[in-house]
Design a protein around this ligand. Structure first.
Ligand SMILES: Cc1cc2nc3c(=O)[nH]c(=O)nc-3n(C[C@H](O)[C@H](O)[C@H](O)COP(=O)(O)OP(=O)(O)OC[C@H]3O[C@@H](n4cnc5c(N)ncnc54)[C@H](O)[C@@H]3O)c2cc1C
Length: 472
């Protein structure tokens, strides 16, 4: 068997693996081997539907050493006035550039695409079957623990009867191909209630499908993050940093989970599509107000639970049956981007398991873990700076997610070098915004003071809400 020596073996060349590798080779002299069963870097972005974009501005996504996008704002469309969102194709191309222009030219990165990590450093080429034993001097890095499922590579968990036309959203822009053989659909059923389903409904509407031809199967209503609060430019200081202070106030004053989410909506941090319904899901989808307005034009929303079976004339759902018109096209948006996985310690001796240390920023989190790996000594010290933030799979998990993130933030603030690294990191959306505040700018100083006061009050109340949610 071929052998290869390296300091770190990173399994996964998605956002997490590349953001980690980029910071690690910047901060150390280490040699890194990156292995991925996919043929090119970028992870799930390579399988994404054609009209996917980032949820959040490109400005703070990717790896630390290379900007993504132009830094411009959109001047038209549903993201008008807000910072640009890279398309999936742009994200994939960006990660190829990261590999070609940053990682490989360092001379300290070996990239093994189309290769499976079988365990214990053994890697098998998918094309030749050849096995390589990677001899790892320092650590193996699991950079796929938080990887999402996407529609084009998942298997639906419901039955699909004869004559049913079911496609992933990836197929929509190419529907014209099949026009001669299959005919063009005139009715659409969008299955799923997450961000992919929202993107698909928006795409259909913008591409010309009348709203009354779309049925939307929405097992659960969702709270949605208002993208306005994620803008990194100084002109949005009130919305971003002031918005953080508003959220802290909501965390500090909420008397219950319901009250918390209503307060977050009242201060503009969260949105919901149907204001008459109480959402039961919050998976951190981030959307503009204009997009939510467009989604509100859809009237045929099916709220009968999850789909169990599709038939040519109808759908069997958990709570009933719903008829569909003949020649309906079903679009599968049911892949769960956020399958529940337990949090584990990030630093585990000879293993690192990348997870979020700040919600919802996987790129920033992976880069920060690499910085800590490079500059701190014991696992105990590293884990105390990098507690894994639990994803709020259930809404009642949210207070705890925020608490763990805030506790991390507090410890980073007391570590001078780390604090400085964060301030200079392009992946920290608001770091530069905060460090640029002029001492004489009384309005911004007042916002910062409010943020500090409310954050302290928030910690205490979030603990109470988290305990109440866990039944303690
Ligand atoms: C549609 C969509 C939009 C999103 N938008 C945003 C956004 O705007 N901002 C944001 O911060 N996050 C966003 N996210 C969250 C997203 O999950 C992360 O941004 C990130 O892309 C996840 O990267 P990852 O490296 O953890 O996982 P992946 O992209 O899944 O990469 C993991 C890689 O590991 C490889 N792998 C796994 N096991 C093995 C093995 N045994 N051997 C070899 N290779 C292996 C896989 O092939 C894969 O390439 C979005 C997610 C989705 C689905």
């Amino acid at each position: 068997m071929r052998t290869l020596d390296t300091d770190y073996l990173v399994i996964g060349s998605g956002t997490a693996g590349l953001a980690f590798t980029d910071t690690l080779i910047t901060e150390t002299d280490a040699h890194v081997t990156v292995v991925d069963r996919r043929g090119q870097p970028g992870g799930h972005w390579n399988d994404a539907y054609g009209f996917v974009t980032l949820h959040q501005p490109s400005a703070f996504y990717g790896v630390n050493s290379l900007e993504l996008g132009s830094g411009l704002k959109d001047t038209q469309g549903l993201n008008q006035g807000l910072y640009e969102l890279a398309s999936g194709a742009e994200v994939s191309a960006y990660f190829q550039r990261v590999m070609r222009q940053r990682l490989l030219p360092s001379g300290r990165v070996t990239y093994l695409p189309m290769a499976n990590h079988l365990g214990d450093g053994q890697v098998e080429s998918l094309l030749s079957g050849e096995r390589t034993q990677v001899r790892v001097r320092r650590k193996i890095v699991d950079a796929h623990y938080g990887g999402p499922r996407v529609p084009s590579t998942h298997a639906p968990r419901f039955e699909v009867g004869p004559g049913v036309r079911l496609v992933p959203p990836n197929a929509l822009p190419g529907l014209w191909h099949g026009a001669a053989t299959q005919g063009l659909p005139r009715r659409f059923v969008v299955l799923g209630a997450g961000k992919t389903a929202m993107d698909t409904c928006i795409w259909l509407l913008q591409a010309g499908a009348p709203a009354d031809t779309i049925q939307w199967v929405m097992p659960r209503d969702s709270w949605i993050i208002n993208r306005l609060g994620t803008q990194p430019g100084p002109e949005f200081f009130r919305e971003s940093i002031g918005g953080q202070a508003d959220q802290m106030e909501a965390f500090a004053q909420a008397s219950s989970m319901d009250d918390l989410f209503l307060r977050l909506e009242a201060c503009g941090a969260l949105l919901r599509i149907d204001r008459t319904r109480r959402p039961t899901m919050f998976h951190l989808a981030t959307v503009s107000e204009a997009e939510v307005d467009l989604l509100r034009t859809l009237r045929h929303v099916v709220r009968l639970g999850r789909v169990k079976a599709l038939e040519a004339t109808g759908m069997v759902l958990e709570q009933g049956r719903e008829p569909v018109e003949p020649a309906t096209l079903f679009i599968d948006c049911t892949a769960s981007a956020v399958d529940p996985r337990p949090n584990v310690p990030i630093f585990q001796g000879e293993r690192i398991v990348l997870q979020l240390v700040r919600l919802p920023l996987p790129a920033f989190s992976a880069a920060l873990v690499a910085y800590v790996e490079a500059h701190r000594d014991s696992d105990e010290q590293k884990n105390s700076l990098c507690a894994a933030v639990p994803f709020p799979y259930r809404m009642e998990d949210y207070p705890r997610s925020v608490l763990v993130g805030m506790a991390n933030q507090g410890r980073w603030g007391q570590d001078k070098a780390l604090r400085q690294w964060i301030r200079e990191s392009r992946l920290d959306g608001f770091g530069k915004l905060l460090s640029a505040v002029d001492r004489q700018d009384t309005e911004k100083q007042a916002i910062l003071a409010r943020l500090k006061t409310q954050s302290m009050a928030a910690m205490a109340n979030l603990s109470r809400l988290a305990s109440a949610a866990s039944g303690a």
